[in-house]
Ligand binder design. Sequence first.
Ligand code: AMP
Length: 289
Amino acid sequence: MTDVDSIKVHRSAEALRASLRADGYVGWDERLALVPTMGFLHAGHAALIRHAASRKPRVVVSIFVNPLQFGPNEDLERYPRDLEHDLQVCAEAGATDVFYPEVADLTPSDIEIAVEPGRLANRLCGLTRPGHFRGVCTIVNKLFNIVEPSLAVFGWKDAQQQIILRKMVKDLNIPLTIEGVEIVREADGLALSSRNTYLTAEQRAEAVNLSLGLNEARELAVTEGESDAHQLCDVVCGMIEDNTSGVIDYVKCVRLDNLEELDEVEPGNTMIAAAVRFGTTRLIDNVRF
Ligand code: AMP
């Protein structure tokens, strides 16, 4: 067990910045990386932290369940939390700092200004989660401004989020680089997610069909040359409809660079992304090729 006492835990933006300044870190410091998370960390988050630690000597992990990115009927209140375990994961994966602010510190009740993510946010998850990516962009932009890292690491699990944040960094001239880490999966293929803990044993058993379907569609495209995007989506839908009680939110084949829907696969620039509800739990996953 790695000693969690080696990690500096900061409870406010002010405290975090004071610590960084005291150690000689300047704005957008070349030695500093940020890994934003909502906590309840698992091996997917650990992969992001390990990647950041392989690139920079100082790695801040933020743990903040962002109220701005939850809709009124979503799971903000029941979102799982376990700080002690999170600190252990952070320490073992090589983080140096944890930024764990109070809700009122990052989202005071009088907050008014937001980052408007534009057209990319009107696709895929944006259609059923209005305002979600606006909330994500607003908070991540705040985290960037508080930490001022030169590198920020995100997972491809949330591909649309990462694509929107890359556009935000470009459009708002934020002086850092974003790097993406591949999706970490359970042995059977289910993408790790903090929300998997909501699943009943039966739903968990069914949920694997999401990744199985996506994987089969990618295999069809890559090894058998199926180029019809709609056929590929049908394969994913069929796998879910035939084997689960899940309700499909969307299964779409899109261009990776602008999330526009494809009729024909574009090698190297294609993503099939899906969101499926198992009971009240909404899972997302994707394959890119
Ligand atoms: P979250 O705590 O769910 O907001 O996720 C924080 C970061 O971890 C985001 O960049 C996610 O894309 C990433 N992430 C979550 N699950 C996984 C996973 N299974 N594999 C890789 N990255 C992940």
